[in-house]
Ligand binder design. Structure first.
Ligand SMILES: *Cc1c(COP(=O)(O)O)cnc(C)c1O
Length: 422
């Protein structure tokens, strides 16, 4: 069922993020169905931290992987069970670690020996014990990931060689108990074989670490990084092949370690497809022979589509959503309200003739949208977000008002700054 974008724009205004809850749940269940049963899916809130989006996934069986105090509070507020929460990320602060201990999360993923010491101290002070997984920076370059996280000098985790040569050090911590490992090898992986290879690598690494350091393996977090196709030359992950390959990888490990909890992280895969960034055309113009549609949406709310940081600008899929039309007639530049030439949502996109008032959607936008964008640029703030489930739209995040944007600024009146004599 396609959504009534006209009605949504009329009721909630634009720019607007629309998440199709049915598609969200479909994509999560695809993931759940392909992953071998012992593999638990931990949803990475970073991809889309909206509390209702998380809650829908949680009800469908997702656990939570969080990386900040706000994300931790979000999942606790939505009712996630502490044993289904892990906290990871470089540079954690004491408030975050203490909140993890207070909540009794299943595991904190330590990124360094130094952090392990800090967690151990805080845990001792609190009179508790905390399970810790050690994040490892794998030695092998991962295959086919767009954004590699391993096999290179990285701020994440402890280098594989250092872990393997650390002797009994990991067992010396008595309050923060290292009882497993984590490795995340990359993101936007579209090759099933690469995901399976990575998984085998991490499971094997876990066994080698357990052997050489003597830590027990309560859990192994194999990372994830499943991709979705955004651009013309990309194809979807072959989920059937992935299922078969993961089964094999996991079976071998399970036969040796039947009681180890197996964790897979997924952010983009379940959320990307369900989201549409809906914008209105404010005006159209022709400049030196090229057509521009200036819309109310842009870089400040959808940095990924704008392609900031990527070398070549490639368009997310875009579509005219407000009226049935004929075929696309020509290339359009979709731009936004910011005073920078980089504020281009799509460049040379094939679209039907556009006019003022048209609604255009940037598709595949449910992951890394507004919260991964510089929302305060020009003071526009966060857009509204809506979830439509079974045809019923509900507001799940109100748009920022100008007062919201200004509220935390402080007008400081320094006494002696008036020029002499004025
Ligand atoms: C960003 C991140 C994820 C989520 O990655 P996706 O590609 O969105 O699934 C999972 N784990 C870690 C450690 C991450 O940094």
């Amino acid at each position: 069922m396609s959504l009534d974008f006209h009605a949504l724009a009329a009721e909630f205004g634009t720019p607007l993020y629309v998440y199709d809850g049915d598609v969200l749940l479909d994509d999560f269940s695809t993931l759940r169905a392909l992953a071998p049963e012992p593999l638990e899916i931990f949803y990475s809130l970073k991809a889309n931290p909206n509390i209702t989006v998380f809650d829908l996934l949680r009800r469908a069986g997702a656990r939570a992987e969080v990386s900040s105090l706000a994300e931790l509070r979000t999942v606790l507020k939505a009712g996630a069970a502490p044993e289904n929460i892990i906290f990871l990320g470089p540079g954690k602060n004491e408030a975050e670690l203490t909140a993890c201990l207070d909540a009794g999360v299943y595991a904190i993923v330590a990124e360094s020996f130094e952090e392990l010491e800090l967690i151990d101290e805080l845990t001792e002070e609190s009179g508790r014990r905390q399970r810790v997984l050690l994040r490892i920076n794998p030695a092998r370059p991962p295959s086919a990931a767009r954004l590699t996280m391993g096999g290179k000098p990285r701020q994440f985790g402890v280098d594989e060689e250092l872990v393997l040569s650390s002797g009994s050090r990991l067992r010396e911590f008595t309050h923060a108990c290292v009882r497993g490992v984590h490795a995340y090898l990359g993101t936007r992986i579209l090759d099933a074989k690469a995901v399976a290879d990575n998984t085998r690598y991490v499971l094997d690494l876990a066994l080698r670490v357990a052997e050489s350091t003597g830590i027990p393996l309560d859990a192994v977090d194999i990372g994830g990084g499943l991709g979705v196709p955004y651009f013309e030359n990309e194809t979807e992950l072959d989920v059937e092949q992935l299922g078969v390959e993961l089964d094999q990888a996991v079976d071998t490990f399970r036969s040796m370690r039947p009681n180890t909890r197996l964790i897979m992280e997924a952010g983009r895969f379940p959320t990307a497809r369900c989201g549409t960034y809906l914008v209105s055309v404010r005006s159209v113009k022709r400049s030196l022979g090229e057509d521009f549609a200036i819309t109310d949406g842009g870089t400040h709310q959808h940095m990924a589509a704008v392609g900031v940081g990527s070398f070549v600008k490639r368009n997310f899929p875009v579509a005219l959503l407000s009226r049935e039309t004929d075929e696309p007639t020509g290339p359009w530049h979709l731009t936004g309200p910011l005073c920078t030439p980089n504020d281009v949502i799509a460049k040379n996109a094939q679209l039907p003739p556009l006019r003022k008032g048209d609604l255009v959607g940037v598709l595949m936008s449910g992951a890394y949208g507004p919260t991964a964008s510089p929302g305060l640029f020009l003071g526009h703030g966060h857009p509204a977000e809506v979830v439509v489930l079974g045809g019923v739209p509900r507001l799940v995040r109100d748009r920022d008002t100008v007062d919201d944007v200004l509220a935390r600024q402080i007008l400081c009146e320094f006494p002696d700054t008036t020029p002499n004599g004025k």
